[in-house]
Design a protein around this ligand. Structure first.
Ligand code: PMP
Length: 458
């Protein structure tokens, strides 16, 4: 009864992110009431294994009491402090220092945001300012990957390479460009790693040449393209792109909003290839979803370019009331200590081979076309014809079928519109929980493949 009236209120008042508003009203909300460890409970009492860490963020699992205590203690002592007018609070300073220590070499300066979208948006603004301040005002164009996701801010959504984030909003803007994703399963040069990397580098060079290097400010990329359906570029791609950006005199921005904080194994995915970008955006795993927070990290060179610019006597017109929020910072410090001293990062590294082996065992399933994984981040691309790699017709509503069948089988994952399943379990997942995840995933695929509408098109 209570949940029915909540569903009614939701229908009447709450606008949901990334949803078809009227279709959502018709369907009604699924109300989550509780989280413990790897599990979520809904208002109907269903207990579901969360194989997606909320929205690739709850890397430490639900119900970590030490994080709750850190937030409560900070709220009691000082719930808010502005960063304007040279004010600061202790957790915010400590967190900036810690991130400078832990992030790839050279990223020494930290600007806090509320999440990933405003971290990307801040990066865009800082880059624009940097080239104005260093006397190269023509360098304004920005390039990113097709299918990349860099948030939903007015400018960031145009750096995003997903048409669904462009079409209603007159994006991308004239200064925003995209090159194809390094997508081995569907690359025109096949899945040979060297060939995929060489093609991608050539595409970046060609795009910069087309626009003119004197007009190009930056290239943005995720180390693994999460919202694209977990596209994992070949090992060596990040480094090759980093070197190309340096050679072409454009800034390299790595968006680690999903990949950061152990999701792919190391604390940051850049570490796998020893890459230091000029700027890095982070969010999600920084606070593991227990409080909103993101950040842009920048090199000393970018910082100095801005700080020592010709208008350096004026305040920089970029600020958020909640930049460096002390409660979020206290949460992030505790979350970092759980990753590092509490062993959660190491646990994720230990679980990743089990996840990969379990997914590889699904390779003979009639629906599974491609299996890709980087640590505890994985994608299963489902196809209707393995030899032809043919995608499902949207009319099959494959994504809704997967989500619904998953729910029935007690598992939550991300089902992308093209039928790719995204997995990002908490790094705190135990061996037994991973077994349950893999069993429920197979049950879900078996159930969907048996549906007459799906059988019919196979
Ligand atoms: N960048 C990447 C790589 C992301 O995956 C996301 C969110 N999924 C964002 C930016 C935007 O972050 P937020 O939703 O916190 O604004």
């Amino acid at each position: 009864m209570q949940s029915n009236s909540l569903i009614e209120s939701d229908r009447n008042h709450l606008i949901h992110p990334v949803s078809a508003y009227r279709a959502h009203e018709k369907r009604g909300a699924t109300i989550l009431t509780r989280g413990d460890g790897m599990y979520l409970t809904d208002s109907e009492g269903h207990r579901l294994l969360d194989a997606f860490a909320g929205l690739w963020c709850v890397n430490i699992g639900y119900g970590q009491e030490s994080v709750v205590a850190a937030a409560a203690e900070q709220m009691r002592q000082l719930p808010y402090a502005t960063g304007y007018f040279s004010f600061a609070s202790e957790p915010t300073i400590r967190l900036a220092e810690r991130l400078a220590e832990l992030s790839p070499p050279g990223l020494n300066r930290v600007y806090f945001t509320l999440g990933g979208s405003d971290a990307v948006d801040s990066a865009i603004r800082f880059i624009t300012h940097y080239f104005n301040a260093t006397g190269r005002p023509t360098k304004k164009h920005m390039i990113a990957l097709d299918k990349g996701y860099h948030g939903s801010s007015s400018n960031g959504a145009g750096i995003t390479g997903l048409p669904a984030f462009h079409r209603q909003f007159d994006l991308p803007r004239f200064w925003q460009h995209h090159i194809p994703a390094p997508y081995p399963y569907r690359s025109p040069v096949g899945d040979d790693p060297r060939a995929v990397i060489d093609l991608s580098v050539a595409q970046l060079r060609a795009k910069v040449e087309e626009i003119g290097a004197e007009n190009v400010a930056a290239f943005f990329a995720e180390p693994v393209q999460g919202s694209a359906g977990v596209i994992v570029p070949p090992r060596g791609w990040l480094k090759a792109i980093r070197e190309t950006c340096r050679e072409l005199d454009i800034l390299f921005v790595v968006d680690e909003v999903i990949t950061g904080f152990g999701r792919t194994g190391p604390l940051f995915a850049c570490e796998t290839e020893g890459v230091s970008p000029d700027l890095m955006t982070i969010a999600k795993g920084l606070t593991a979803g227990y409080a909103p927070m993101g950040a842009v990290l920048m090199s000393e060179d970018v910082y100095a370019g801005i700080a020592d610019g010709p208008d350096n006597h004026l305040p920089i017109g970029h600020g958020f009331t909640y930049s460096g929020h002390p409660v979020s910072a206290a949460v992030a410090l505790e979350v970092l200590s759980l990753y590092l001293q509490g062993g959660i990062l190491a646990n994720g590294q230990a679980r990743a081979p089990q996840l990969l082996a379990g997914l590889q065992a699904l390779g003979d399933h009639p629906l599974v076309g491609d299996i890709r994984a980087a640590g505890m981040l994985a994608g299963l691309e489902l196809v209707r014809d393995k030899a032809g790699k043919t995608r499902f017709d949207p009319a099959t509503q494959i994504s809704d079928r997967l989500t619904t069948a998953g729910y029935r089988n007690g598992i939550i994952f991300r089902a992308f519109a093209d039928g790719t399943i995204g997995l990002a379990p908490a790094l705190s997942c135990t061996e037994a929980e991973m077994d349950i995840l893999l069993t429920r995933l197979r049950q879900t695929l078996d159930e969907v493949v048996d549906q007459p509408e799906v059988r019919q098109v196979l």
